[in-house]
Design a protein. Structure first.
Lengths: 533, 321
């Protein structure tokens, strides 16, 4: 118990002294203020200002808790493994339970502290009207039980996995299943039930299970709690299920702690796809070439993006995913005929989503891997400029995105009209440029954040963007509410304004921000290279 | 020897100062390193060694003063300076997921060497560092000593004229340390200038031609190693060793000799350290006096200070606050 308290005290003290934590609390006040503003504006038009204040806040909290699970809770134990300090803590007599409580509970408390800044404001919602105290309490109970579950899941993976990346990935998959699983299963059941005999065995219990799953979903519960006229108890099936599941998962993490941490992780980057060539007894990488003239691009292509062999695997995976989705579709609708444009559309969509995911993951690792393994100073000592280093690294990663691009191209080849329509939309519709520059800005922010934080750059950036979207959407709502009141722009001038001027201004703002981030990344690289211990 | 010192210095640090916010790391640092020499850079923890090295290798920019490498300014001629130096940091800054050959090949290519040149140079540096049998091994699987050799091989890939080594022997076992020092001596014979920061003072004493001692950001000594180890001031000391112990103890007789200031018995053997006033006598007269005493003299040698002693004399006790 003394060890748990020592770890807790250290963590709380650390949190109190860290400027970043205070800044996070400070910035979380902005959504509160925005929501208050929204509520006061909507009050004149729709009424129920308390509801318009609390509703978006609750869902923003829900999203932030999900992201914290991926980026914050999942590194609780893996960070000790990666820094090779877990063994030292165990030798100092710190047991598994103390470690789990000290590290896991500390993160839970820190996250709760960050969110607690809203409490005084959220109870204001009751005074504003449109929402009851019962609803506020029920919503917070839902969020707290969800946070408990998410932190337990992340803590378990932090114990079971050797590295933070793997723990974060597994947590993401499980949270996604928690969030979308009930809806997905309901959808599948809806399709399957039509093809089955009404008296089949599944008809007996499947709807009950699906209803239970739906009731146990935190997202669904939050929607119910915040709907008008909610009078139910704050304690619900979801709260009980999540809390019990959290305790059970924590128990499993405790019981399996020794098993999963019996071997110390070697601190060092991992090399994938290596085989020992039995004939020459030489260790080789499959499909590996000699270093290119642009050596840094070569390094990042092979050691970050996976190299040639991985490219083939990725391309085949895209095809397999499309094939799998088409197979499910065919199974659910046996009488439907497969059309080429559907295949092409699916390939384009899957490869585009894959491209975005891959690019985001690579942006998070592009510079982080150099700082993590202290290789930045050696790299920066090369007789080339910082932009040359940065762009060579980028080049290597872009080559790693070729499989997704090739799958996209294949989709277009299958149905050239799709390409034509896409190109036409992109050229003629300035609002299409907005999401392109938005993605570009997002990757820049990910890369920059990865130089500032140890873990979870991607979830943190998603969180930043979520808060950003939230504030922008509320700002836009306020703008429209105000313009409705004063008449606002109308006619052809208004169309030109919203169709061309606004998106072009947004594109320019994004590009300027991206350019600024490039400079900041360059500067940060120099600072970190000089500060390498 | 004079010819060497007439050539322009490879490294010239003039009035260098550097601070981290309110913490002064370096203050008016001045020293030079001569071509083809092995120059030791010694100082306690937090003395400013790594900061100095980072400024020399262009990772940090001097806040005051200037640093020239082969006459090139480290602020304005960054690329050319980087081409001519090889920096080995004190941490393992390596791509450990690569094999030894891939790692060296990567850096060779990054320095713009052709594949043919890389093949030749990598073979040479692997032979020099005795790693040619391990070139297909993953760096992650190598011992610390071997990783240090690979790190040294990497520094040599672009054939730099000046090697900057930050604590290269730290964490190595005695054998690996001795082998590393042998490689450094070999490199000096090949005409390289080596600037080595180290805590292993005794090894530097045997290895280095010159030394700079830094403490709390201030240079305490910079010059030839011999001058540091030999007390050249007015009160030199000599060690008199006898073939066997004599009775009575000759300490009082030695103390009575003209010009002798202090006589101290060397523990464990029939020997005495005699310091004298150069103004009153000289080495010949002192030796003559000793022989006149009829003692069975085995040797009469200059009492050279150990580098550790010189280091302790020049640096202050405790850590910087």
């Amino acid at each position: 118990m003394r060890a748990t308290l020592a770890l807790l005290t250290r963590s709380l003290r650390d949190d109190a002294l860290r400027l970043r934590a205070h800044l996070a609390r400070f910035f979380l006040l902005f959504p509160c203020l925005f929501c208050l503003n929204l509520a006061s504006n909507f009050d004149q038009v729709f009424g129920a200002p308390g509801r318009y204040f609390f509703y978006p806040m609750a869902f923003l909290n829900f999203a932030l808790i999900s992201l914290a699970g991926i980026g914050y809770f999942s590194s609780a134990i893996t960070e000790e493994k990666e820094e090779m300090t877990l063994g030292l803590l165990r030798m100092a007599g710190v047991g598994p339970l103390s470690l789990l409580l000290g590290k896991g509970a500390m993160r839970l408390i820190t996250a709760a502290l960050i969110l607690s800044v809203q409490f005084p404001f959220t109870f204001l919602a009751v005074t504003l009207g449109g929402i009851t105290q019962n609803q506020v309490i029920a919503a917070y109970l839902t969020l707290m039980s969800y946070m408990l579950l998410v932190s337990s899941i992340a803590l378990f993976f932090s114990v079971a996995c050797r590295r933070t990346g793997r723990a974060a990935f597994n947590t993401t998959v499980l949270i996604a299943l928690l969030l979308f699983g009930p809806t997905l299963l309901s959808g599948i059941w809806l399709l399957l039930s039509g093809t089955m005999a009404p008296n089949s065995y599944l008809h007996g219990w499947a709807p009950t299970v699906l209803t239970w799953l739906s009731d146990a979903s935190a997202f669904n519960r939050l929607t119910v709690v915040l709907s008008s006229g909610f009078m139910g108890s704050p304690l619900s099936l979801q709260v009980i299920v999540h809390t019990v599941a959290a305790v059970l998962i924590f128990g499993v993490a405790w019981l399996t702690f020794d098993y999963f941490t019996r071997e110390q992780v070697t601190a060092g980057p991992k090399r994938s796809f290596t085989i020992a060539n039995v004939f020459s007894k030489r260790r080789r990488r499959i499909g590996m070439s000699r270093t290119w003239r642009h050596a840094i691009a070569w390094k990042d292509f092979y050691f970050l993006a996976g190299g040639r062999w991985m490219s083939v695997v990725k391309f085949l995976t895209y095809l397999a995913v499309c094939g799998g989705l088409l197979g499910i579709s065919k199974a659910l609708n046996p009488h439907s005929t497969l059309r080429l444009e559907e295949v092409a559309g699916l390939l384009v969509m899957v490869s585009f989503v894959g491209f975005c995911l891959e690019a985001s993951l690579l942006a998070a690792r592009l510079y982080r891997e150099e700082t993590r393994w202290n290789t930045l100073s050696t790299l920066m000592m090369l007789p080339i400029t910082v932009p040359q280093i940065a762009y060579q690294k980028l080049g290597g990663c872009l080559l790693g995105l070729l499989p997704a691009t090739a799958a996209f191209g294949l989709g277009i080849l299958c149905r050239p009209q799709i390409g034509g329509e896409l190109a036409k939309d992109i050229i003629t519709e300035p609002w299409q440029w907005v999401w392109i520059v938005h993605l570009i800005l997002f990757w820049h922010v990910v890369a920059f954040v990865s130089l500032k934080v140890k873990w979870g750059a991607l979830p943190l950036t998603i969180g930043i963007f979520l808060v950003g979207y939230f504030m922008v959407s509320i700002g836009t709502s306020i703008f429209f509410a105000m313009t409705i009141g004063i008449g606002g722009p109308s006619g052809a001038g208004a169309e030109a304004f919203f169709r061309y001027l606004v998106p072009i201004a947004i594109v320019f703002a994004h590009l300027i921000a991206a350019a600024g981030l490039q400079r900041a990344i360059g500067r940060q690289l120099q600072i970190q290279a000089a500060n390498t211990p | 020897m004079n010819d060497v010192f007439e050539t322009p210095p490879v490294l010239e640090v003039q009035h260098l100062s550097y601070s981290f916010r309110k913490h002064r790391a370096l203050l008016d640092v001045n020293f030079q390193v001569q071509p083809q020499s092995l120059h030791g850079f010694v100082g306690p923890n937090g003395a400013g060694k790594t900061t100095t090295l980072k400024v020399i290798c262009t990772l940090l920019q001097p806040q005051a003063g200037n640093v020239r490498v082969f006459g090139l300014d480290v602020v304005h001629d960054v690329k050319e300076v980087r081409r001519r130096i090889g920096f080995m940091p004190d941490h393992f800054s390596m791509y450990r997921q690569m094999t030894v050959f891939e790692y060296l090949d990567f850096f060779g290519a990054a320095y713009g060497l052709s594949q043919v040149e890389r093949d030749r140079i990598i073979t040479d540096v692997l032979t020099l560092t005795d790693m040619d049998g391990r070139k297909d091994d993953l760096i992650n699987g190598l011992s610390r000593g071997m990783q240090q050799r690979v790190s040294l091989a990497r520094v040599l890939v672009n054939d730099p004229d000046l090697l900057l080594l930050d604590e290269p022997a730290s964490g190595l076992d005695p054998r690996a340390r001795i082998e590393l020092m042998e490689i450094l001596q070999e490199l000096r014979k090949m005409g390289k200038t080596i600037f080595i920061s180290s805590h292993i003072l005794s090894e530097l004493a045997e290895l280095c031609d010159s030394v700079t001692i830094i403490d709390r950001g201030l240079i305490k000594y910079s010059g030839p190693m011999d001058d540091l180890l030999t007390d050249t001031e007015e009160h030199p000391a000599y060690v008199l060793t006898l073939r066997e112990a004599v009775d009575p103890d000759p300490q009082e007789q030695l103390q009575a000799l003209a010009g002798v200031l202090r006589v101290e018995e060397v523990e464990g053997k029939p020997a005495w350290s005699i310091s004298f006033d150069r103004a009153m006598t000289d080495t010949n007269n002192l030796l003559r006096g000793v022989l006149d005493l009829g003692l069975p003299v085995a040797s009469f040698t200059e009492d050279r200070k150990h580098l550790n002693q010189a280091f302790m004399d020049l640096t202050e006790r405790g850590v910087r606050t």
